[in-house]
Design a protein around this ligand. Structure first.
Ligand code: MLT
Ligand code: ZN
Length: 465
C-alpha cells in the first residue's frame, strides 16, 4: 500500500478490501447513468458496523471526505464520491439478518439490494412494498438515504414509511443504534427520520429494521388510455374508491414517452396498445380475495370506460403479460440511450396543479428551445412528475436554461424541485426555489451539529460549509 491512509484502511477492513486511485473500479466512481464521474483516492469495503466506525474515526481524524457508495442508480449525483476523497462501499454488508412474521419486521444490513430484501420477505409470506425500476441494484442504505419512492407510494408511502429502526455511524465514528421494530415511539426527537433522505450528509446508515405488510395474494395489472391528463386524475380517484383501497400503482405516461419506449423495446415485447391516445397509465391493484379481485378490477375499469373517462384498456391475462407491462415502464435504457446526454427532472406539486404545470413547463421550455424533445411521465398519485429534456446541442448553458425554465414553473406552483430522487449536486443550486432561507439555515445548522468538519458527502444538497 502506497500511503499511510491506505495502510490504516487495510488494517481495518483487510488489504483485499481497499483500492487506491486508478485501481478503483468504475462502479465506485461513476453513476449508472454515466452522468457523474469522480476520482476518489481510496475505496474501502467494510464488513461490519465496527469497521465502518473505525473507518469514520480515521476519516474524521484526517478530515477526509467520505461518500457511501450503494447501487449508484441515483440520478442527481448524490452518491458520487469526492475527487481525492474516500468511497465507502457497504456491498459486503448485504445480509438479511432476520425476518419476524409476527411483528412483521425485517432486519437488514445497508448493503442489501432492495430486490433481495423484497424476495426474502416474500419467501416468508410477508411484503416489503417499496418498488422501483432500479430494484435490482439499489441498496437499502441508498433507498433510505434518498427516501426513495417509486411505483407503490400511492398506497404504502415512501421509504420513510417503512423504516422502524436504524443503526448509523456518525462523522466521528460514534455508533448510534435504535434497531427497534416499534411502530409507536415518541420518546424524544426522532433522529432516524432526520437521517432518512439526508443523502449521506449526516451519518452512514449501516443497518435498519423495516416494516413489512401482509403479502397480497392477487395482483391485477392493466394499461389504460385516456384523452387528457384531467381524465387520468379523475380515473385514478374513481379507481381508488371502486377498488376499496387496493389501488397500488398509477403510473402516468404521455403518448410521446409511451411511443418512444414501446418502439425501442419492440424486439423484447409487443406494443400492448396502439398509439394515438394522449395519456396512458399502468395501473395495478393488489389484494387478498382470489375469488373476487379480478372481477372487481374488471368492473371498475368497465365503469370508467362506460363513463368515457377511459378510452381503451388492456388487462394482463398472465404473469408474463403483467411482467411485460411493467418492463415496458421500467426498462427505459434502450429508449433513452439515443437521447443522451439529456436533462432529467423529478418534481412534485399538488395533484390538482399537475395538468397546468405540465402545460406551462412545456411552454416555458419550447419558447427558448422549440426543437427540444420533452417527455413527461410520473407517479400520478404522488403529484410526482418526471421530465426528460433532450436537444442535439446539450451543454452547460442549455442545461441551465432548461433548469431555470422547469424550476421556475415549479416555484410558481410552490412545488418541489426534488420529489423522490433527492438534491445531490445537480439540483443544489435550486434548493432555494423550493425551500425558504430559514429552512436552509436550519438544515445547515443540523449539518454543522452532526458533521462539524463537513466530511460526510460534502457538496451534496448544498455547497460545502
Ligand atoms: C422512474 O420513475 O422511472 C424513475 O424515478 C425516473 C428515473 O430514473 O429517471
Ligand atoms: Zn420515479
Amino acid at each position: 500500500m502506497a500511503d499511510h491512509i491506505a495502510e490504516a484502511l487495510a488494517a481495518i477492513v483487510g488489504e483485499a478490501n481497499v483500492r487506491c486511485g486508478a485501481d478503483i473500479g468504475e462502479h465506485y466512481r461513476i453513476d449508472i447513468g454515466r452522468k457523474f464521474e469522480a476520482h476518489p483516492a481510496w475505496l474501502a469495503r467494510p464488513a461490519t458496523t465496527g469497521e465502518v466506525s473505525a473507518v469514520m474515526k480515521l476519516a474524521h481524524a484526517h478530515a477526509i471526505p467520505v461518500t457511501v457508495i450503494g447501487g449508484q442508480s441515483g440520478t442527481c449525483g448524490a452518491a458520487v464520491p469526492e475527487d481525492g476523497g474516500l468511497a465507502l462501499s457497504l456491498d459486503r454488508m448485504s445480509r438479511v439478518e432476520a425476518i419476524d412474521t409476527l411483528s412483521m419486521t425485517m432486519k437488514v444490513e445497508a448493503g442489501c439490494v432492495l430486490q433481495v430484501a423484497a424476495e426474502q420477505a416474500e419467501a416468508q409470506g410477508a411484503f416489503l412494498p417499496l418498488d422501483l425500476g432500479a430494484r435490482g441494484s439499489a441498496m437499502i442504505g441508498g433507498v433510505i438515504g434518498s427516501n426513495a419512492g417509486g411505483n407503490r407510494v400511492i398506497r404504502w408511502g415512501m421509504m420513510r414509511d417503512m423504516v422502524l429502526g436504524l443503526e448509523a455511524v456518525l462523522a466521528d465514528g460514534t455508533v448510534v443504534s435504535s434497531m427497534t421494530g416499534m411502530i409507536k415511539d415518541n420518546a424524544g426527537y426522532n433522529w432516524k427520520h432526520l437521517l432518512i433522505g439526508s443523502e449521506g450528509t449526516l451519518a452512514v446508515v449501516t443497518r435498519a429494521v423495516l416494516r413489512l405488510r401482509p403479502l397480497p395474494s392477487t395482483r391485477q395489472t392493466a394499461l389504460i388510455a385516456m384523452a387528457s391528463f384531467e381524465d387520468a386524475i379523475r380515473a385514478m380517484r374513481q379507481l381508488e374508491t371502486a377498488l376499496s383501497g387496493q389501488l397500488s400503482s398509477f403510473e402516468l405516461m404521455w403518448e410521446d414517452f409511451y411511443a418512444l419506449h414501446t418502439e425501442a423495446q419492440l424486439a423484447q415485447r409487443p406494443r400492448p396498445m396502439p398509439l394515438g391516445h394522449p395519456i396512458y397509465a399502468l395501473v395495478e391493484a393488489m389484494g387478498g380475495d382470489e375469488e373476487g379481485d379480478a372481477a372487481l378490477f374488471q368492473r371498475a375499469l368497465m365503469a370508467l370506460t362506460q363513463q368515457g373517462l377511459v378510452a381503451d384498456a388492456v388487462i394482463a391475462q398472465s404473469a408474463r403479460q403483467r411482467d411485460d407491462l411493467w418492463a415496458m415502464r421500467d426498462d427505459l435504457t434502450p429508449g433513452y440511450a439515443p437521447l443522451r446526454p439529456f436533462a432529467a427532472y423529478d418534481v412534485s406539486m399538488a395533484i390538482a396543479d399537475m395538468p397546468t404545470f405540465a402545460e406551462q413547463a412545456r411552454a416555458a421550455v419550447m419558447t427558448i428551445y422549440p426543437d427540444v424533445t420533452m417527455l413527461f411521465y410520473g407517479h400520478a398519485g404522488d403529484g410526482n412528475l418526471h421530465a426528460l429534456l433532450s436537444i442535439r446541442r446539450m451543454d452547460k448553458q442549455v442545461q441551465q436554461a432548461f433548469d431555470d425554465a422547469i424550476y421556475g414553473v415549479v416555484r410558481r406552483f410552490g412545488g418541489s424541485i426534488a420529489a423522490e430522487h433527492g438534491v445531490g449536486t445537480s439540483r443544489r443550486d435550486y434548493l432555494g426555489w423550493s425551500r425558504s432561507e430559514s429552512e436552509i439555515a436550519l438544515m445547515r445548522s443540523i449539518k454543522q451539529a452532526l458533521d462539524p468538519k463537513g466530511i460526510l458527502n460534502p457538496g451534496k444538497i448544498f455547497a460545502a460549509l
